[in-house]
Write a protein of this length. Structure first.
Length: 322
């Protein structure tokens, strides 16, 4: 295929970590009012989007080649450390592209291939990142030329975390405070680079179930000290301010949260916390070398899928055409 054509696009889409998450109340629409600080991190899924003339949307989704071998895990069961991949009609990528196609009045179809590296049902935002990438790819391949604001409007209706991945690509920042149910984004720039080890234990958690067990805070924790620590470039102070109010609720639903928390407590890290609604749990380290050393130790315990990562500046990156 001609490399200069615009009707086929590849986008690499990052995971995210919640460095802070507070639940402020229950909304009339059934969602929760939250305040969270998210950062994109350097583990990526790859989405390949090919426009076609069939009028159908076809999606295939698979784990990256060699991932099971590298992690020592199997993707064949329902309780593995990578999680289950949803069927086409249940995949948020398929839903996002169908929604954009309908709203834009597009007659063309698409063949989409999604290569996964971000664990599923893990609190890492993989599905939301994929949906944002799908909207960007379809907008480009179908030559819609929709504005960022117009895409973000659809994104906010598809999933609470999707606007984060779209908005921050446009604003040149991959760290932001999100409010409302996640759709109101305040980008943060000039923040220090951070290094993490993430553990995704052998079971995942349902986001609605975790939120259902969480009571809104009577006296909400403030994220101001975390933002100041990030602006000052002080990883030790950042580690001391990591917070997730959903962690207690998730611990009631899965014993793995406490197991992984205890594993991080025993090693030399600057701070540790659950991401999103779990079950992934992360620790903050002084450097890439420091993170790698302790990732090896954690991996040897068999506690789950263990990997190192760092903050990045672009959550969804167009990497080429096919």
């Amino acid at each position: 295929m001609n490399q200069n054509t615009r009707d086929s696009v590849r986008i690499d889409c990052a995971a995210k970590l919640n460095l802070f998450l507070e639940v402020l109340g229950k909304r009339n629409d059934g969602f929760h009012e939250i305040e969270t600080l998210m950062s994109a991190v350097s583990i990526y899924d790859s989405l390949y989007f090919f426009s076609n003339s069939t009028g159908d949307i076809q999606l295939t989704c698979e784990w990256a080649s060699g991932l099971e071998t590298n992690t020592g895990l199997s993707t064949g069961g329902t309780s593995n450390c990578l999680g289950e991949l949803p069927r086409q009609s249940e995949n948020i990528v398929w839903k996002a592209v169908q929604r954009l196609r309908k709203d834009a009045g597009v007659e063309a179809g698409a063949t989409i291939r999604l290569v996964k590296r971000i664990p599923a049902m893990a609190g890492l935002g993989g599905a939301s990142s994929n949906a944002a990438a799908a909207l960007l790819a379809a907008n480009r391949a179908w030559q819609l030329d929709w504005s960022q604001t117009r895409l973000e409007r659809i994104a906010s209706e598809i999933g609470s975390d999707v606007p984060f991945f779209l908005a921050n690509r446009a604003r040149g920042s991959a760290m932001a405070v999100a409010r409302g149910r996640g759709e109101r984004i305040e980008g943060l720039t000039g923040m220090t680079k951070l290094h993490f080890v993430i553990v995704r234990p052998p079971t995942g958690l349902s986001t609605p179930k975790v939120y259902g067990r969480c009571l809104p805070a009577e006296q909400p924790v403030s994220l101001n000290q975390l933002v100041r620590a990030l602006r000052d470039g002080n990883p030790a102070r950042v580690g001391a301010q990591l917070f997730n109010c959903l962690q207690a609720a998730a611990s009631e639903l899965s014993p793995w949260i406490e197991k992984v928390r205890f594993a991080f407590k025993k090693i030399d890290c600057l701070g540790h916390c659950m991401s999103g609604s779990g079950t992934s749990y992360f620790g903050l380290f002084r450097s890439a070398r420091h993170a790698i050393r302790h990732a090896v130790r954690l991996r040897a315990t068999g506690i789950g899928y263990v990997f190192t990562t760092r903050t990045v500046t672009v959550p969804c990156q167009v990497t080429g055409f096919r």
